[in-house]
Design a binder for this molecule. Sequence first.
Ligand code: G4P
Length: 292
Amino acid sequence: MAIQWFPGHMHSTRKAIGERIKDIDVVIELLDARLPGSSANPLLAELTGHRPTLKVLNKQDVADAGRTPAWLDWYNARPDTRAIGLDASDTAPARRLIEACRQLAPQRGGMAKPMRVLICGIPNVGKSTLINTLTGKTQAKTGDEAGITKLEQRIVLDDDFYLWDTPGMLWPRITVPESGYKLAASGAVGRNAYDEEEVALELLAYLQRHYAPLLDARYRLGLDAAAIAALHDDELLALIARKRGAVMSGGRVNLQKAAELVMTDFRSAILGRITLETPPEFEAWSAAAQVQ
Ligand code: G4P
């Protein structure tokens, strides 16, 4: 397992959540809709004292539209949990968030009992972007460098609806190896915590099986889905390197450069709309990790 991140601000964030949580009615966990299982903090329920939780699948505009409904159903089937999808192009997501939170804590509302909500999520999941959209201001950091902290702040979304922000947070131990790779591919993990070539190979191995036509379209491989799936993942990376001109003097392919290209193309959605896991896959990986 190549990904060993340093969870950075985890201790301070954990402390901040611990101090705030007794006065919180609902927790919003922002998830990456391209990895809705792997981007969920496995320690969240414990950290938040099992508060009702709204799972917001953000970046749904770049996730596979055919897979998001299954993930929403998967989360909505849990007690005290609701799930909705959002994306940056949503200009008025506040109403949907407020309504979903009110359903989770119907006893709260009105000036005497305002709804108190805590929002959390992994680095780079789009929390700052969402908060800026909600408030119409640029008041939280926006950027793709994982692990940049910002101070906890209270945001008033409605007269009786308060939101507290927390810094982006990962957890200390990778229990599901597949999740580690997907988090790295998504940009949630700092660049010094993983080997780009290794993560790109894992990413390609998944894309070969599930999104071969997108690989063919982007890299003009000239191969059908079965032929792409039959390639060894490092053969595929080498082919992409040649197709994209990532070749060094002497004609040797530059696999590192090709790995960076593949990761950038995935993150920016140039490759297309992709979701790196289905609920049954994620359940199987989690179960396998538990028996080890
Ligand atoms: P964070 O606070 O959770 O760390 O994340 P942040 O809002 O900084 O967002 C991280 C990146 O994700 C940003 O891209 C942002 O634009 C992008 N993003 C956020 N929400 C969405 C969404 O719903 N859909 C899509 N497609 N992208 C989203 P960036 O490349 O770092 O910056 P920029 O392109 O905005 O300049």
